[in-house]
Design a protein. Structure first.
Ligand code: NDP
Length: 238
């Protein structure tokens, strides 16, 4: 039975990953920030355990990881998925907005990957999967902080893959395009339709379609895939 930690697993893409790993018989612990109802319902449905924490704070996130390790008795796979979006022109993006986005989307990936990798190196095995974004590759208008955070996740993934590859650990990034989750509920039907016109697949993606790639990268089938940033975007990012 594999031991899996997923940050931001209460809703959306992370929740789809919790469901998928749990359905494969893995032991899963996930982190969430606010939504107790969603987290409790997911635990009930899957048998996974939830830890409430704010991963934008290093101390909180590391404490949560240590609790997860106690519950799991070790760690084989970590999915670094927690993230928030912020749509605003740069002149309307405060220092606080910037720090909140960078700390949630990028710094949490840094310190959770650091803590996880020190365990994985000892047993010469591990899978680290980060969740970036199409905007970390292309840059989005009016999403400077978000795009910068996800470009950072991209760079971190590639660098860490080179560092940890000799230790039997793979580090890969999934880069979703427009996925049907609460993150996009700020977009009205007209905005969504006009974005879908630009996507070769002609539609939004589903959370489970991203979770399938995460699960593949965590599997033995992906043992020779390392340092890759792979789009799940219906061809939008090409
Ligand atoms: P959702 O908003 O649906 O879910 C986000 C999850 O992350 C929630 O469980 C939330 O907890 C948790 N979370 C957010 N902030 C924190 C925090 N500080 N500490 C702990 N947990 C936190 O997002 P998505 O599923 O859409 O996004 C998942 C990832 O995919 C993100 O990194 C996002 O940037 C990326 N992505 C998403 C795209 C999309 O179109 N949806 C496109 C490209 C990338 P709670 O439930 O308690 O609020």
């Amino acid at each position: 039975m594999r031991r899996v930690v997923i940050s931001g697993g209460g809703r959306g893409i992370g929740a789809a990953a919790v469901e998928l790993f749990s359905s494969m018989g893995d032991k899963v612990v996930f982190f969430y920030k606010n939504d107790d109802d969603a987290a409790n319902a997911l635990c009930h449905k899957t048998g996974a355990a939830a830890i409430k924490t704010d991963v934008s704070c290093a101390e909180n996130g590391i404490n949560a990881l240590n609790k997860a390790l106690e519950l799991l008795g070790g760690l084989d796979i970590i999915v670094l998925n927690a993230g928030i979006a912020h749509i605003a022109q740069i002149c309307d993006t405060s220092n606080g907005d910037w720090h909140n986005i960078i700390n949630t989307n990028l710094s949490s990936v840094f310190y959770l990957a650091r803590e996880a990798s020190s365990l994985m190196v000892k047993k010469h095995f591990g899978r680290i999967i980060t969740v970036g974004s199409i905007w970390g590759k292309c840059g989005a208008s009016c999403e400077v902080a978000y795009s910068a955070s996800k470009a950072g996740v991209r760079g971190l993934t590639m660098a860490l893959a080179k560092e940890l590859g000799p230790s039997g650990i793979t580090v890969n990034c999934v880069e979703p395009g427009l996925i049907f989750t609460d993150m996009n509920k700020c977009l009205d039907d007209e905005a969504l339709a006009s974005i879908c016109d630009e996507i070769p697949a002609g539609r939004m993606g589903e959370a489970h379609e991203v979770a399938e790639l995460i699960a593949f990268l965590a599997s033995d089938k992906a043992s020779y895939i390392n340092g890759q940033c792979i789009g799940v975007d219906g061809g939008w990012g090409v």
